[in-house]
Design a protein around this ligand. Structure first.
Ligand code: FES
Length: 102
């Protein structure tokens, strides 16, 4: 199980718990504002874009090549960007903070 904290664009901080599946699915199930997951998690919409807190990047790892290609189309992308559908929930992610991208 992992506790994951989302910070929305309204500066709301919401911590939820998940055991499996993607971080995007967890966010959608918990109605986290700004994470839509329009493509269903196949890395082709970027509506699940988050910025990983710098201190947590070690836990999540950086974006893969396929994510980077998608993120290049998003002006708000930076080195902390991940597509949350590509983040698999494991205990390794426990305690991470993700800021929902604009
Ligand atoms: Fe579409 Fe993540 S849900 S890219």
């Amino acid at each position: 199980m992992a506790k994951i904290t989302f910070v929305t664009n309204n500066n709301e901080t919401i911590t939820v718990e998940g055991t499996s599946g993607s971080v995007m699915s967890l966010a959608v199930e918990n109605n986290i504002a700004g994470i839509d997951g329009d493509c269903g998690g196949v890395c082709s919409c970027a509506t699940c874009h988050v910025h990983v807190a710098p201190e947590d990047l070690e836990k999540t790892g950086k974006a893969s090549e396929i994510e980077t290609d998608m993120l290049e189309l998003d002006d708000n992308a930076n080195e902390f960007s991940r597509l949350s559908c590509q983040l698999e929930i494991t205990e390794a992610l426990d305690g991470i903070i993700l800021k929902v991208a604009k």
